[in-house]
Ligand binder design. Structure first.
Ligand SMILES: Cc1cc2nc3c(=O)[nH]c(=O)nc-3n(C[C@H](O)[C@H](O)[C@H](O)COP(=O)(O)OP(=O)(O)OC[C@H]3O[C@@H](n4cnc5c(N)ncnc54)[C@H](O)[C@@H]3O)c2cc1C
Length: 458
């Protein structure tokens, strides 16, 4: 029976059938059957992706929901692809450990996180998912199941690809010289194989973490503080919200947000082994940066959770508004080299104020020169102009040496950005890898490569 699906961006798809295998043998047999019949196959994690990657136009949708293995050991855990990020974090915390990537949407599956090389709020210190993978078990379109450990290199010839000088990137396949299987599969958006389970690294939970939500009455002061605080020891989070973003949160948070606040930075610092009085040091920093006195600081897990909920409420509020307006989400995921952060922000602010005054928000991972711009369409015209704006901003990011996707992937909605960043020859090099693993181009059809399924049939 046909099933209609939608991801968190509002992108819709339809599959001829939804399948929910519960073992690798069952799933591998399905892939072999699909290969025999030429049936397209798309993997579904939790549907929190925002590029349409999990929404097919035809064929089978394979849910990984029943892959729920969760074995936590010392320094690592084996996790089934369908395990929600929250369950992994909870199980790790019970052993005094944590999983470093925090792509903030805790209902996302580990398989989806791996497929998109997700990162999020702690990437400032810990980078993206790829860095924390020790092994992957993957089902391939020929019906085989392979486990690759970190260190195992690709065993076929390929043309290596350049990478941008950004701290995060997930646009296209990761193909440096001497590429490893684990790294190639991570970020391949369900186009090369289906992740069944993974061994991920766990770190010892720091004994003390200081968290803060720092408000400013002037956006320029917040941006100066970003540059000043980048070098703070053991800072693991440096996040930004502009004034319209705070406007969204004034609904649920009311007077708790200082009325004068026009921008905000969120920080987390691991304190273990640091000399001095960290809170006093922050008070000095706040004074120097001319931050508002009624900023929030805390040292307990409860404070951290309160601030996390505050941060996460923003994309949720924005997504709710997008749904209410009746348009698909229009959000950017560009990152630039750290030194070009100011230029990119100036581009955003100038062009958005000209075109979308009162209809945009800027927030996100500013420590990585990676903020998300959301254009809040109120009409078809806004939506069309928003799409054009996204294209011009993607060109700008590439011109500054950046990436068209830092953490969400390209999926179907952003596949047209790929040629802005890679030459035709480089895209051919990616396609050659795709054909090696999926000769009929059945897996995750329409993701990453522009032009859809048809343009790649051989
Ligand atoms: C409110 C909100 C906040 C978010 N914040 C962040 C953030 O801070 N950082 C960030 O990186 N992302 C963020 N995201 C995006 C999203 O959570 C991530 O992209 C996440 O990794 C998607 O996981 P999922 O399980 O929902 O995957 P899905 O949406 O189901 O799928 C995403 C892609 O992965 C593929 N896929 C899924 N499972 C597998 C598998 N087992 N094997 C192979 N391919 C698979 C799908 O085919 C699709 O291409 C946010 C989303 C929301 C709604």
């Amino acid at each position: 029976m046909a099933v209609d699906v939608e991801d968190a961006s509002g992108y819709r798809g339809q599959a001829d059938q939804l399948l929910t295998p519960s073992s690798s043998v069952e799933l591998a047999a399905l892939l072999a059957q699909a290969s025999g019949a030429g049936t397209p196959v798309t993997a579904w994690g939790s549907g929190t992706g925002i590029t349409g990657g999990c929404c097919p136009s035809q064929g089978w949708l394979i849910s990984l929901d029943r892959f729920r293995k969760l074995d936590v050991g010392r320094g690592s855990a084996w996790v089934g692809a369908g395990v929600p990020l929250k369950d992994l974090q909870t199980a790790a915390a019970a052993t005094g450990q944590f999983y470093a990537p925090d792509p903030t949407e805790w209902s996302a599956s580990i398989g989806g996180n791996i497929a998109t090389n997700a990162s999020g709020s702690r990437s400032f210190r810990y980078g993206s998912t790829r860095r924390h993978l020790l092994a992957l078990t993957v089902a391939l379109m020929d019906g085989s199941v392979r486990t690759w450990r970190r260190g195992e290199k690709l065993d076929f010839p390929y043309a290596p690809l350049p990478a941008p000088a950004t701290t995060k990137n997930t646009a296209g396949y990761y193909l440096p010289p001497e590429a490893e299987w684990v790294d190639l599969l991570c970020g391949s958006e369900g186009t090369l194989g289906i992740v069944l389970e993974a061994e991920v690294a766990l770190l010892k939970q720091p004994a003390q973490i200081l968290s803060g939500v720092v408000f400013f009455d002037d956006d320029a002061l917040a941006l100066e503080a970003v540059d000043a605080w980048r070098g703070v020891s053991q800072l693991r989070m440096l996040e930004y919200m502009d004034s319209p973003s705070l406007g969204f949160l004034r609904g649920p948070y009311g007077d708790e947000i200082p009325p004068a606040a026009r921008a905000c930075l969120m920080v987390e610092q691991e304190l273990d082994g640091l000399p001095g009085e960290p809170l006093d040091q922050w008070l000095e920093r706040l004074e120097h940066a001319r931050a508002l006195e009624d900023s929030w600081f805390g040292e307990t897990a409860r404070d951290r959770e309160r601030f996390r909920a505050f941060r996460h409420a923003l994309p949720e509020q924005v997504n709710a508004r997008v749904r209410q307006n009746g348009f698909q989400k229009l959000s950017s995921d560009f990152a630039v080299p750290i030194g070009r952060n100011g230029e990119m922000l100036r581009f955003y602010q100038q062009t958005l104020l000209e075109e979308f005054s009162g209809k945009f928000t800027i927030y996100g991972h500013i420590g990585d020169a990676h903020v998300h711009v959301n254009v809040l369409s109120e009409s078809e015209r806004d939506y069309d102009r928003g799409r054009q704006w996204m294209l011009s901003a993607a060109r700008q990011a590439v011109a500054l040496g950046g990436t068209v996707s830092a953490e969400h992937g390209l999926g179907k909605r952003k596949a047209h950005f790929l040629p802005l960043m890679f030459s035709q020859a480089e895209i051919e090099s990616m396609k050659a890898v795709k054909r090696r693993l999926d000769p009929q181009w059945l897996l995750g059809a329409g993701n990453i490569f522009p032009g859809g399924l048809e343009s790649f049939q051989m």
